[in-house]
Write a protein that binds this ligand. Structure first.
Ligand code: SF4
Length: 648
């Protein structure tokens, strides 16, 4: 049935007959504790915040919760939530002619002024199109009329926005806490003046951190390599620099409490943003620089407040590398002591082997839940040096022994295969290391010892020092995975892995140029959706879409790129200089490592760009060196490291 425009009352009425027929109806009702419902008629700017996967996943997305809180604090704007309906619900909705709606007031997606997608990873792209279609919003930006919603997107995947350029009106590059207000104000000003839609897009493009793809045309050279972007409007910026907040704002604490189980039933508090370790495969480690920490007082007050609002009994102390937070032992100790009678569980989802101290293990050991997770990523000295994660096997085994001896029975180890310099001995070493960890555990706790090896496949992500290298082929990946499956088919060890097809899709979408957007569109038309779900990935739809568009998938993934190749994402400025990335890549080929950049600044390039922000926030707010010089500089002047840092 055609999805018609329905009023919230009509949507609510139809839902009553639909919901008893679908799995987990609690995903689709709204009405949870702490949801915010504002008077729709009284609020001028209405924003739908969309996580393009199911409620169970989207409700654990911290970025969405932060924006929901910030927007709803404004008197002139409201934010409501929209998630992908699961397959059974989508079929039922389409049969009933029910458009996708917001959980709070049951307005159709097309009734909103602004639709903001969260795109933390690329395998959400077809769901994004599906949501627009289900919400009665034209999927192509070019087809949207002045009355249609403005469609924006942010999140880590948008650091290469090109494969989604036809569907998103404006991308937010970087952190959203400040820029969302500027977008709302620009939208309101535009609406007040009734200008053309292009006028709005041009105004948005002038905001720091906003990229409007329709203001540019992509050019390609012989052989199909991207050569450059041509500006279609004089006022469009030549490149778009990521947005950051100079200081992490007060944490959100009034989290919505779902009626149903979600992937993380806990209070998420971000303790630190960014990472200084410099793992060369890590996209997040580059794009989230600089490291900014919250104080222990800020974090404990946030926990206090969140516990009061939500009643959760688990706290997640989140960051890319929680054990690197300067005051981690003090923080965990303080929280454990304060809530020792409440049975509060503390989870530190991201720990570095070298910074998990005995003190930290002692502090977090009560009460224990689930396993302990570590990410060695590689098992040989050679590969650890190449990826810049130089943790010794002895150090890992010591840490594992300490963990088992404190009562944990299971350790999850994350590994990565697929780097072009890796050979089968490096993969065999992963199996040997898992067995060695289990043997350490058996010495301490006997047969109860469990090891879970989670193996992902390397994708050379844009903006990282590995952006020039090729991916393994499906055949190469299968040889490596088969070795691990054979070797780790043993009691006490569980192995999980990503399918090679899933890896290929992630690689095409993260490394693609504008032409990929036709592939995304046709794959979706052929039924691709929920690509992040192993059992839903419709690989044939993607291969058919590549065929139809006339592109060779291997061009995007299996080609080693020369150092002077212009990337389709080069106009997105993470502020880490390309020269630094080239140098780091060359170091990797010589197996040379860098120390944590809190110990030695390598002048990656972010400080010249953010010198003013750093100067306004001196000291320990950032983990980069202080910036002293105030001498005005011309735009193109080279700024040496010595001139900007306080060597003391
Ligand atoms: S400026 Fe220096 S300390 Fe800061 S992130 Fe870059 S390399 Fe690390």
């Amino acid at each position: 049935m055609e999805l018609t425009k329905l009023s919230p009352v009509e949507i609510q009425k139809r839902l009553q007959s639909i919901l008893p027929r679908v799995q987990k109806p609690g995903r689709y009702t709204g009405g949870e504790l702490n949801q915010i419902v504002k008077d729709w008629e009284e609020i001028p700017t209405r924003i739908a915040l969309v996580f393009p996967d199911i409620y169970d996943l989207g409700m654990s997305n911290l970025g969405l919760a932060i924006l929901y809180d910030l927007i709803n604090q404004r008197h002139d704007a409201l934010a409501e939530r929209v998630f992908s309906p699961w397959l059974d619900m989508e079929t039922t909705m389409r049969e009933a002619g029910l458009p996708l709606y917001s959980l709070e007031t049951k307005h159709s997606l097309c009734d909103f002024d602004i639709i903001g997608f969260s795109l933390p990873y690329e395998t959400l792209y077809t769901n994004t199109l599906n949501i627009l279609d289900l919400g009665n919003v034209p999927t192509l930006s070019i087809d949207r009329a002045p009355d249609d919603p403005l469609v924006i997107a942010g999140g880590h995947a948008t650091y290469n926005p090109e494969p989604m350029y036809q569907f998103i009106d404006a991308f937010v590059i970087g952190e959203g806490e400040d820029v969302i207000h500027e977008i709302i104000e620009t939208y309101q000003e535009w609406k007040g003046r009734s200008q053309s839609r292009n006028g709005l897009l041009l105004a948005l493009a002038k905001i720091w951190g906003v990229y409007v793809p329709s203001l540019y045309e992509a050019k390609f050279g012989e052989g199909g390599t991207f050569t450059h972007l041509v500006k279609l409007h004089n006022e469009a910026p030549a490149s778009v620099t990521k947005r950051i907040v100079a200081k992490l704002p007060t944490p959100t604490t009034r989290f919505i409490v779902p009626y149903i189980d979600t992937v993380h039933n806990r209070i998420p508090i971000e303790i630190m943003r960014g990472c200084t370790r410099g793992c060369r495969f890590c996209h997040a480690g580059i794009v989230t620089r600089p490291v900014r920490e919250r104080t222990v007082d800020e974090i404990t007050s946030a926990i206090e407040s969140a516990l009061r609002y939500t009643g959760f009994d688990e706290i997640g102390l989140l960051s890319l590398s929680s054990s690197d937070y300067t005051h981690i032992v003090e923080l965990v100790h303080e929280v454990s002591e304060r809530y020792k009678t409440n049975h509060l569980s503390i989870s530190l989802p991201s720990l570095r082997i070298e910074s998990v101290s005995v003190d930290l293990m002692n502090a977090i050991q009560r009460p224990r839940r689930g396993g302990f997770t570590l990410a060695p990523e590689a098992a040989t000295e050679k590969m650890r040096q190449i990826i810049n994660k130089p943790v010794s096997t002895a150090q890992l085994l010591d840490t594992a022994r300490e963990i088992y001896s404190r009562g944990w029975t299971s350790i999850k180890l994350y590994f990565m295969v697929g780097h072009p310099l890796e050979d089968l001995e490096d993969v065999q070493a992963i199996a040997d290391l898992c067995k060695a960890v289990r043997a350490e555990g058996r010495k301490v706790i006997g047969k109860k010892t469990r090891v879970h090896a989670g193996v992902s496949t390397f994708v050379p992500k844009p903006h990282t020092p590995f952006q020039w290298v090729a991916c393994d082929t499906v055949e190469q990946i299968n040889i490596k995975l088969n070795l691990l499956k054979r070797e780790l088919h043993t009691p006490g060890i569980k192995l999980t892995w990503n399918s090679p097809e899933e890896t290929m899709l992630e690689a095409w979408l993260s490394r693609g140029d504008r032409r990929l957007s036709d592939v995304v569109f046709h794959a979706w038309k052929r039924g691709a959706k929920f690509d992040a779900w192993q059992d839903q990935l419709n690989f044939q739809a993607w291969m058919d879409a590549f065929n139809l568009v006339g592109l060779e998938p291997a061009f995007f993934t299996h080609r080693h790129r020369p150092l002077d190749e212009v990337f389709p994402w080069d106009h997105i400025n993470t502020t880490v200089r390309k020269k630094f990335l080239v140098e780091d890549y060359q170091w990797s080929t010589r197996a040379e490592t860098r120390v944590d950049c809190r110990d030695q600044c390598f002048a990656c390039g972010i400080l010249p760009t953010f010198a003013d922000l750093r100067r306004q926030n001196p000291g320990k707010v950032w983990q980069c060196p202080d910036v002293k010089s105030k001498r005005p500089r011309s735009k193109n002047e080279f700024i040496s490291l010595e001139s900007i840092i306080d060597a003391s």
